[in-house]
Design a protein around this ligand. Structure first.
Ligand code: ATP
Ligand code: MG
Length: 330
């Protein structure tokens, strides 16, 4: 059975983009694979976070994992900072990663072009190595993520080749798993950029925990072009194409069949239907979330996940230390 690892960082509340690009596939993969799903809080602190907010969000995301259908009997669910192996391996791998490689990571490049580098934390520069460590710690075969994470998984694969060449076979080289539709859900107000939970304009994203009326309003006021034709054309009609993708992934209807259905109808009708589709999909998730969020069960699941993850992580860290020559031989 192949091993799966992925994570989401508690840098904001989960968006529909996080669900469609990542979480939906976590749920689909858990039946057939040995899955580890993490809330990667160490990644969230690459930018300043309020401590109480961070703690709250970390558990919110854990509860949402379950509310969206992750089953603790099938998957190991845990919090990254509760497994020290992630940070330990990350240091060892940082020493195998070149400054030039990290300089080419587009997320850092974009951020530094916008804000300059002087005030960015060095964690923001090196976090792709922490992500590589998250993956490699568990001998992961497949990493289900959205399209924006492709470059980081490629870096992970390069680190594996380099390390295994230098020190002998140590790490499994992971493959990417990116969904065909939904891998890059765009911002509702600026459909040329990715929907992100840390975005400032809250009209641009739909949160899984948004008030249902607010979700409807956000969809009705999503940016579309003026020709009123429901057609998928990412380059020339990014707004409606994005809404079609969302509609398609939630309902499992193909984009072509949706285009056909909406021939002769306008954006208003389409958005109204989509608002209904999204709300009826999110409502039961919110209901389950409310049941789970403050339960003892949630803490028990996270304790159990932490213990199992720690066992595997500890072994791997020891193996890598041994390969590199750290500590004493015992
Ligand atoms: P941040 O803005 O803080 O980086 P984020 O919304 O990008 O937040 P992450 O925690 O960075 O969320 O990513 C979690 C997972 O969700 C990753 O697998 C990522 O590829 C996926 N993901 C994030 N945004 C989208 C999106 N708009 N469409 C599809 N998948 C997405
Ligand atoms: Mg992100």
């Amino acid at each position: 059975m192949s091993r799966i690892f992925s994570g989401i960082k508690p840098s904001g509340d989960l968006t529909l983009g996080n669900y469609l690009g990542a979480l939906k596939n976590f749920v689909a993969l858990q039946d057939e694979h040995d899955c580890f799903f993490c809330i990667v809080d160490l990644h969230a602190i690459t930018v300043a976070q309020d401590r109480l907010e961070l703690r709250k969000r970390t558990k919110d995301i854990a509860a949402l994992y379950l509310a969206c259908g992750l089953d603790p009997n099938k998957a190991t669910i845990f919090i990254q900072s509760e497994v020290p192996g992630h940070a330990q391996l990350s240091w060892m791998l940082e020493c195998q990663t070149y400054y030039g490689e990290l300089s080419r990571m587009t997320q850092f490049k974009d951020k530094s072009l916008k804000d300059g580098t002087a005030g960015l934390s060095s964690g923001l520069f090196t976090y792709p190595v922490l992500m590589a460590s998250d993956i490699l710690l568990y001998d992961t075969d497949i990493v289900p993520v959205g399209e924006d994470q492709k470059q980081h998984v490629e870096l992970t694969r390069d680190i594996v080749d380099r390390f295994n060449n230098r020190y002998g076979d140590t790490f499994v080289k992971p493959d990417l798993f990116i969904p065909k539709v939904g891998a890059r859900i765009m911002d509702l107000q600026d459909p040329t950029k990715k929907m992100s939970k840390s975005e400032e304009n809250d009209k641009g994203y739909i949160l899984l925990l948004d008030d249902l009326n607010r979700i409807k309003k956000k969809i009705m006021s999503a940016k579309t072009d003026s020709d009123n034709l429901i057609k998928f054309d990412k380059d020339n009609k990014p707004g409606i194409s994005n809404l079609l993708s969302i509609y398609s992934v939630i309902t499992n209807k193909s984009i072509e069949s949706l285009e056909e259905f909406y021939v002769g109808k306008g954006y208003g009708d389409f958005k109204k239907d989509l608002a209904e589709v999204v709300v009826s999909f999110i409502q039961p998730i919110q209901d389950r979330y409310n049941e789970i969020r403050n339960s003892k069960e949630l803490d028990d699941i996270l304790d159990e996940g932490r213990d199992l993850a720690n066992k595997l992580a500890f072994k791997k860290v020891k193996k890598v230390e041994h390969k590199i020559g750290l500590g004493r031989k015992r």
